[in-house]
Design a binder for this molecule. Structure first.
Ligand SMILES: [Zn+2]
Length: 88
């Protein structure tokens, strides 16, 4: 009974460590340029069939990213100022 429990615990621990190692190795090899993500076809509303890259979608993503950063900075600055403001 307890041996089974310990065995399951060890097995799940080893599985977790192996999973982490696999993810780390993939990350490192991608950073070093040893392996690249395979380009996958994307289906979007601008083209009837799946394409590798859509300029309209890329532009849309860039605009969304810019908007996201504007929101983040626009929220961070007032709160940073508020945190610096001390009233005594
Ligand atoms: Zn598109």
């Amino acid at each position: 009974m307890i041996i089974t429990f310990i065995f399951d615990l060890v097995r799940s621990l080893v599985n977790g460590i192996l999973h982490l190692l696999n993810a780390a190795m993939g990350f490192i090899s991608r950073i070093l340029g040893l392996s690249k993500r395979a380009p996958k076809l994307v289906q979007c509303s601008h083209h009837p069939e799946p394409t590798l890259a859509c300029p309209k979608c890329a532009e849309e993503q860039a605009r969304a990213r810019k908007y996201m950063w504007k929101i983040i900075i626009g929220l961070m600055l007032p709160f940073a100022l508020q945190s610096l403001d001390t009233t005594m």
